[in-house]
Design a protein around this ligand. Structure first.
Ligand code: HEM
Length: 417
């Protein structure tokens, strides 16, 4: 049922009404409604100001249209088949050699390496030190984007993130922009083929800087956003999927080998994890017109609409009476996705969904050519190496945020391949 609340300190003010949506059908209606403006990142401006997810109307459409060209299934297939395996092997090798790793840090390193490629963050030195510097920037950008949930001094953290963004721009983006401009000049003069331009977000932005009115600061935030949107969400889903599978296997010892031998199982376990534990638990919107929701609730201009995703994704009308349970073997009705609405829908629908989680295999289709997504592939790779929780070092939650993230998740590898 949709519920409406007013600010107790100012109960007569129309603009302070909050409408919370907790059913699947009404949530879909809200995602599709163009009179609802993005409001999820109102406090994360230091990283999120003017980035695609915060734009509305024509401005959003123009930016998204250009970026969409990069995010096509055939490009994802090329990434998954040709480019990512080497990055996987390289990132995992030192951890395998040590016989252990810590999943939160490892998954952010792995997903950052993949996301940097799509965002267009060049690593000129190619050294581990350079990667660790980038990693430190990424972790600060994540804190900046989710500053609303920060439990410490928000102003101090915002200043720190702003400083990091400027330093990141100077070290990682300025040379990358110069390189892409030089290539574009050569292409324009007929001296270089189109294929010389790296297929990444930075190239798209540099090429269209004038059409889209992009300042250097906006370019810097957009690339930082792509890096964090690609890395943090997938890394979080990965660690939670590992945890959910470990726990599920305790009750299903007969399936002990399945995560290692069955990549489709890993994909379904990842989708089920993303449904139950969405990376962004709420989607916030501001109403720019009066209208009525499917359940009869009146929305007025200025209302805040909050989609409560964990509840929406557990709607028993769609996912059944056991919707709260983690069940990687769950059957999902045709009208819903196995991940619920965790990738959003409508104008802001996640651009990297297929890259992160692949596509759903049609009944009767062959596995050859199936896109699994980087998160399921990463999950299966871990099981392939006999990954189990470290019995002497239990996982801990992250105390620096009110969001339910793991802070540490130590594991060991029990199998050499
Ligand atoms: C498990 C992984 C992921 C999850 C759960 C996820 C979730 C989401 C959600 C819920 C939205 C919509 C937010 C809203 O409507 O307010 C979104 C948008 C977006 N995501 Fe993802 N995402 C994931 C991976 C990725 C990846 C890998 C990339 C990039 C390579 C990416 C890039 C974006 C971008 C650019 C948007 C904004 C689109 C727009 O506003 O037009 N995401 N994502």
């Amino acid at each position: 049922m949709t519920s409406t609340t007013t600010d107790p300190e100012n109960p007569t003010a129309a603009a302070t009404r909050t409408i919370t949506v907790d059913t699947f059908a009404v949530a879909q209606q809200c995602y599709r409604n163009r009179d609802l403006r993005q409001g999820s990142y109102d406090e994360g401006d230091v990283v999120m100001s003017d980035v695609v997810i915060n734009l509305h109307g024509a401005e959003h459409r123009n930016r998204r249209r250009l970026e969409n060209r990069l995010f096509r299934r055939d490009t994802f297939w090329h990434y998954e088949q040709d480019l990512f395996p080497a990055i996987f092997d390289e990132t995992l090798a030192p951890h395998l050699a040590a016989g252990r790793t810590e999943l939160v840090r490892f998954s952010h390193q792995l997903m950052m390496n993949l996301a940097a490629l799509t965002a267009g963050v060049d690593r000129r030195e190619g050294t581990p030190e350079e990667t660790f510097r980038l990693y430190d920037y990424l972790m600060l950008f994540i804190e900046g984007a989710t500053i609303a949930h920060h439990t410490g001094d928000k102003a101090a953290k915002t200043a720190e993130v702003a400083g990091a963004l400027a330093a990141f721009g100077e070290e990682f983006l300025a040379p990358g922009i110069e390189r892409r401009r030089a290539i574009l000049d050569r292409i324009a003069a007929g001296g270089a083929p189109e294929s010389e331009l790296p297929p990444d977000v930075l190239s798209v932005l540099v090429r269209n800087q004038d059409n889209l009115d992009l300042t250097p600061e906006i370019i810097c935030r957009e690339v930082a956003f792509y890096m964090l949107a690609g890395a943090h969400t997938s890394a979080t889903a990965f660690t939670r999927a590992m945890h959910n599978i470990f726990t599920w296997l305790e009750d299903h010892p007969e399936a002990a080998e399945q995560p290692r031998t069955d990549r489709l199982f890993c994909q379904r376990a990842t989708h089920e994890t993303i449904r139950l534990q969405p990376s962004s638990p709420v989607a916030v919107r501001w109403a720019e017109a009066d209208f009525e929701l499917a359940d009869g609730t009146a929305v007025r201009t200025g209302d805040k609409v909050v989609i409560d995703l964990p509840t929406v994704n557990r709607d028993p009308a769609v996912f059944g009476d056991d919707a709260d349970d983690f069940n990687p073997l769950r059957g999902v009705p045709e009208e819903a996705h196995p991940w619920g609405l965790s990738f959003g829908m409508g104008m802001h629908a996640c651009i990297g969904q297929d890259l992160a989680a692949g596509v759903v295999l049609d009944p009767g289709s062959e596995l050859g050519g199936h896109l699994f997504g980087v998160t399921p592939v990463a999950v299966q790779t871990m099981f392939d190496h006999g990954c189990v929780p470290d019995p002497d070092d239990p996982p801990e939650m992250d105390p620096s945020t009110t969001r339910p993230y793991f802070g540490r998740y130590p594991v060991i590898f029990t199998r050499s391949t």
